[in-house]
Ligand binder design. Structure first.
Ligand code: FAQ
Length: 309
């Protein structure tokens, strides 16, 4: 059996591919692309929420938000480590992010205007992320799959705290309810865009599905999220932002409006409201942290020299 045949045999048998196993170069590259972009999303995703830590409306909300932001940093680190097992260094990945070669999720380029947006992010953004990540728990690459299992556990808590914060607003004063509705109206559509372009426009889907890097398509996962969000909006007592939404008995799913794909492509190509701000902030924070990295390197060198004596 050739290495290629053995690789495909494992994929078909649902065996995980591990770092030292032979894999096609294009499988490796595609995984590095997806996992590193996933890691970048987790880290850039800390910014909109991090900005609200000092503005959380109570001590309880503040404590929860601090933990959540810290969790996102942890998710970024698991994912960078998973990508490193494929033979790319952390600094190469960071450089690709900072020079705009690597993308991160479009959702984090939308401005956060009120506390209700933070609730909506927990509910809708983490909710969409989980739908995608639950599916990725079965991805064919071992380190990515194991990372997803752990991340999903934490992400479900994030989603629930967001929904609970949203519920408090939706059942609060008329002003609070209006804030909740406004946040839902603005974050609903970008949350649907997190699943990527339509399958027919998705450059990587065919190969990624064949290699079981992705287990469900962009449109199928988006549909799952659309369907599960309808009863959640009803419980909140808010209006659904999609006026064309309609249950389709035959399909067993909701039919919905198409997304604004010009907006999607524009945002992922760097022209969203916050793209520049997010990257500038990342670069500044990375530069400020240089002395910490230098100190660790110097300390490790000292330790190595001592051992060699
Ligand atoms: N934003 O051929 P496809 C989170 C790009 S986690 C930006 O369909 P693919 C947790 C795509 O990269 C959120 N770019 O690509 C959290 C490709 O560009 P490239 C992140 C997008 O990979 C919550 C091109 O378009 N989750 O948020 C987007 O097969 C709260 C063509 O697209 C993941 O990354 C987009 N929405 O499918 C953190 C999950 N959609 O690389 C903090 C893992 C597409 O050729 C606070 N990733 N593009 O330059 C995936 O499942 C997949 O990569 C997809 C895209 C589904 C995102």
């Amino acid at each position: 059996m050739t290495p290629e045949e053995n690789f495909m045999r494992k994929i078909e048998a649902e065996e995980k591919i591990e770092p030292k196993d032979w894999m096609p170069d294009t499988y490796r590259k595609n995984l590095i692309r997806q996992i590193s972009q996933h890691a970048h999303s987790e880290v850039i995703g800390m910014q909109p929420e991090g900005n609200y830590i000092t503005r959380a409306p109570s001590l309880r909300r503040k404590a929860v938000l601090i933990s959540k932001v810290q969790d996102e940093a942890g998710h970024g680190l698991y994912l960078y480590s998973a990508a490193e097992t494929l033979g790319i260094s952390r600094s190469e990945m960071i450089e690709a992010l900072q020079t705009g070669k690597a993308k991160y999720s479009s959702i984090f380029n939308y401005p956060v205007l009120t506390w209700a947006d933070i609730a909506a992010i927990g509910w809708l953004v983490d909710g969409a992320a989980i739908v995608n990540q639950v599916s990725l728990q079965r991805t064919s690459y071992g380190p990515y799959s194991r990372g997803m299992i752990r991340i999903c556990k934490e992400e479900s808590f994030h989603q629930r705290q967001g929904y609970e914060a949203m519920l408090a607003l939706a059942k609060g004063s008329p002003e609070q309810k209006a804030m909740a509705q406004d946040a839902l109206n603005r974050f609903y559509w970008p949350a649907l865009m997190m699943f990527g372009p339509h399958d027919s426009e998705s450059a990587h889907s065919q190969k990624s599905m064949e290699w079981k890097i992705k287990r469900e398509t962009n449109d199928d996962l988006r549909q799952k999220f659309i369907d599960q969000t309808v009863p959640q909006i009803e419980v909140l007592g808010l209006e659904h932002p999609d006026k064309a939404l309609k249950w389709n008995e035959e399909r067993g799913h909701y039919d919905s409006s198409d997304l604004n794909w010009d907006e999607f492509w524009s945002v992922i190509n760097g022209n969203g409201h916050c793209n520049r701000q997010r990257l500038e902030h990342h670069i500044a924070a990375h530069d400020e942290g240089e002395w910490v990295r230098d100190a660790i390197t110097a300390y490790n060198e000292k330790k190595r020299a001592k051992k060699a004596q």
